[in-house]
Design a protein. Structure first.
Length: 283
C-alpha cells in the first residue's frame, strides 16, 4: 500500500473516532471537520436540478440584503456623511445571509470550503468540485439577476429608494482596482469559510444567527467584496448607471468570485484540514 493511501486511511480512522459529544461540551476540531465533510458529501450526492434550484433560491434570498442596503442608504443620505451611511449598512447587511444559511439554500461563498473538504479528504474529485461550483454559481447569479431587476423596479415605485441610490451602491462596489478587489474578496471568502465552520460548531439556532450576523456585519462594515451580494449590487447598478459598463461588471464579478474561492479554500478548508492531518500519527 502506498504512503498516501496509508495516510488517508489513518486520517479517516481518526475522523471516525471523532464521535459527537452529549451536547454539554464544545465540539472538537475533529468533530467539526467530520460533520463538514459529511455535509459536503451530501451536497455532492444531491441531483443537479436540486442543487441548481437551491442555488437559485439563495440568489433570490440574499437580495433582501440589497433591499435593506438601498433602503438604509436612501433614508440616511443627506442626513449624515455618505461614508457614515455605508457604515450604517453593516447593521442590515446580514439579513439576506441569515435567511440563506438558516434556510439551507446553497450559497457559493458559504459552501466553498464545505465542498472543498471532501476533495481534500479523497472522497470526491477536483473535477466534481469544479462542476458543482459551476452549478451553484450559475444558480446564484441567475437568482441575483432576477431579484436585482425586481428590486430596481419596486424600490423607486414604493419610494423606499431611487435609481440614484442603486447607482451609488453599485459604483461603490466597483470603485477599486483589480488587485484590491481580489485581496478584499479573499478576505471575504475567508470570513465566509469561517462562518460555515463556526455554524457547524454551534449547537443552537440562536448561536448560529449570532455567528452569521457578526461575520457578515464585519464584511458590511469594512466593505469587503462578497461576490454574490456584490453581483446584485453591480448588476442593478449597471442597469441605471453609465459609470458601470458590462466589462466593468464582468471583470469585477470574476475577480470577486476568484478571490472568494481562494480565501475559503486556502485559509479555511486547506488549513483546517491540514491542521487535523498533521496531528494524526502515521505509522
Amino acid at each position: 500500500m502506498e504512503k498516501e493511501e496509508i495516510e488517508q486511511k489513518k486520517v479517516d480512522q481518526e475522523l471516525e473516532k471523532s464521535e459527537s459529544n452529549d451536547g454539554t461540551k464544545t465540539k472538537t476540531h475533529g468533530e467539526i471537520l467530520k460533520e463538514q465533510i459529511i455535509e459536503g458529501c451530501e451536497t455532492y450526492d444531491r441531483s443537479k436540478r436540486s442543487i441548481l434550484l437551491s442555488s437559485f433560491t439563495a440568489g433570490l434570498e440574499i437580495g433582501f440584503s440589497f433591499l435593506m442596503i438601498c433602503s438604509v442608504f436612501f433614508y440616511f443620505e443627506g442626513k449624515v456623511a455618505e461614508e457614515t451611511v455605508f457604515k450604517f449598512i453593516a447593521l442590515v447587511y446580514p439579513i439576506g445571509f441569515i435567511m440563506v444559511v438558516l434556510g439551507q439554500s446553497i450559497l457559493f461563498t458559504e459552501q466553498t470550503s464545505l465542498l472543498t473538504l471532501p476533495v481534500l479528504n479523497g472522497k470526491r474529485s477536483i473535477f466534481s468540485l469544479f462542476g458543482i461550483w459551476g452549478i451553484v454559481i450559475f444558480g446564484n447569479l441567475v437568482g441575483g439577476m432576477l431579484i436585482a431587476l425586481t428590486l430596481s423596479w419596486i424600490g423607486p415605485n414604493l419610494g423606499i429608494f431611487d435609481v440614484e441610490t442603486i447607482a451609488k451602491v453599485g459604483e461603490h462596489f466597483v470603485d477599486y482596482d483589480i488587485a484590491t478587489i481580489l485581496v478584499s474578496a479573499m478576505l471575504a471568502g475567508w470570513l465566509m469559510g469561517l462562518l460555515s465552520w463556526l455554524v457547524t460548531s454551534s449547537k443552537e439556532t440562536t448561536a448560529e444567527i449570532f455567528i452569521i450576523y457578526i461575520i457578515t456585519a464585519i464584511m458590511g462594515f469594512t466593505g469587503l467584496h462578497h461576490s454574490i451580494i456584490g453581483h446584485i449590487e453591480i448588476f442593478a447598478g449597471m442597469l441605471v448607471s453609465p459609470n458601470i459598463d458590462f466589462l466593468t461588471y464582468l471583470k469585477t464579478l470574476v475577480t470577486a468570485l476568484i478571490g472568494n474561492a481562494l480565501g475559503a479554500t486556502i485559509f479555511v478548508a486547506l488549513l483546517k484540514y491540514r491542521a487535523f492531518v498533521f496531528n494524526v500519527k502515521i505509522p
